[in-house]
Design a protein around this ligand. Structure first.
Ligand code: HEM
Length: 380
């Protein structure tokens, strides 16, 4: 980045959170791949480049190269490369199947309805706190077989992990180590018991990898789905005609969710590390460098999407990169889509007048990597 650009960016920083899109557009045009000295990272903005970085794991590694930063979480599959990644992924894919997710539909519907029962009749609620947070937390806790009474701790730690609190990570690691020990003695009908069974059947997951996977599911599955739901409401607030159209044609909901994922992608950026020297968009990147790969920028790339800065409710096809691409493609995508569909169709049906409180001031999460609001006061 040019020095004068750099100071301009610092000034812009607070503006970038919540609305990084004009900056992305400028970068796609002017500096699609550049080295940011402050972040000590190469920034990647264009669709084709983002897609290639994700696809080419031989060049762009997911493994954090600094041993001091290793933790329970960094042992998990999202931070590993093949062949390790492949063995971890095939094992967890065996128990985290599409069928298992589909079977959850009635339970997701029941929890959604209970959450809506609680708020119905109120005039003003916080959509994030009352609906978007509890649904994914309850579901993931049930998938993992976490006892009901432990769920508050669970949510508390998962919030801590998002803001890189090492104490929260440690506490959750200890919690899962304990839970795994219990499940080894008394297995249940949950994912942890299935993973232990697969493990004992001679597969390769170590105790540490089991803990890492539980933490990953929790961290990857909670905040992301919460913000998918919250961001959907933000999109419909910005495009009220889309919300009206959805009420008339609820069959558009699946396409609408894909467009929310593209237009306000929950995960805006991911990291990669070059294993070898490589060229990207004309820039030579040495080996051992960190890259920040901007999914949110790729999803607004005008060479890929018509009217990229518009929320087009029935956009089809919609090849967004919000769940990644290639070997690390989000394992929880079917679950996130299902939770999104069930919650939003229940809202359309049961809370059709839901709208942003005009007096609300929206505060975005203090992160460039995750896009969403802290709370979302809505009127019913
Ligand atoms: C809207 C919701 C979600 C979004 C936007 C999202 C996004 C992503 C992205 C971008 C990746 C790729 C990471 C990379 O390439 O380095 C990923 C991976 C992953 N996601 Fe999701 N995710 C969501 C929901 C979930 C849910 C609900 C779960 C599980 C319950 C989940 C579990 C995972 C796992 C385990 C991986 C690692 C896969 C691997 O490394 O092979 N995600 N997710």
């Amino acid at each position: 980045m040019q020095p004068d650009n750099e100071s301009a960016m610092k000034e812009q920083n607070s503006v970038l959170i919540g609305n990084p899109f004009p900056w992305y557009a400028q970068m796609r045009r002017e500096s699609p791949v550049f080295y940011d000295a402050e972040q000590k990272s190469w920034m990647v903005f264009r669709y084709e480049d983002v897609k290639r970085v994700f696809a080419d794991w031989q060049t762009f590694s997911s493994q954090i190269p600094y041993p001091s930063e290793q933790s329970d979480l960094t042992q998990s599959l999202v931070y590993t490369d093949p062949p390790k990644h492949q063995s971890l992924r095939s094992l967890v894919a065996k128990v985290f199947t599409a069928r298992r997710v589909e079977e959850l539909a009635p339970r997701i519907t029941q929890i959604t309805n209970e959450l809506i029962d609680k708020v119905q009749g109120q005039n003003r609620i916080d959509f994030i706190h009352d609906l978007a947070i509890p649904l994914p937390v309850i579901i993931i806790a049930e998938i993992l077989g976490v006892p009901v009474e432990d769920r508050t701790d669970f949510k508390h730690w998962s919030d801590g992990i998002i803001v890189s609190d090492p104490a929260a990570l440690q506490a959750m690691g200890d919690y899962f180590r304990h839970l795994l020990k219990q499940r080894r003695q008394h297995s249940g009908k949950d994912l942890i018991s299935d993973l232990i069974a697969a493990h004992e059947a001679g597969e390769t997951l170590t105790a540490q990898e089991l803990v890492a996977f539980c933490i990953l599911l929790l961290v990857a599955g909670n905040e992301t789905t919460t913000n998918l739901l919250g961001n959907a409401i933000l999109c419909f607030n910005e495009y009220p005609e889309a919300w009206e159209k959805l009420k008339r044609s609820p069959e558009l909901l699946s396409l609408a969710i894909e467009e929310v994922l593209r237009y306000r992608s929950t995960v805006q950026g991911m990291e990669r590390f070059t294993k070898v020297e490589t060229q990207l968009a004309g820039q030579m990147i040495p080996a051992g460098q960190m890259l920040l790969v901007w999914i949110g920028a790729a999803n607004r790339d005008e060479t890929q999407f018509d009217r990229p800065d518009e929320f087009v409710i029935d956009r089809n096809p919609n090849p967004h990169l919000s769940f990644g691409n290639g070997i690390h493609f989000c394992l929880g995508a079917p679950l996130a889509r299902l939770e999104g569909k069930i919650m939003l169709s229940a809202v359309l049906e049961r809370l059709p007048n839901l709208r942003l409180d005009p007096n609300a001031t929206l505060e975005f999460l203090p992160s460039m990597g995750i896009h969403g609001v802290k709370s979302l006061p809505v009127l019913l």
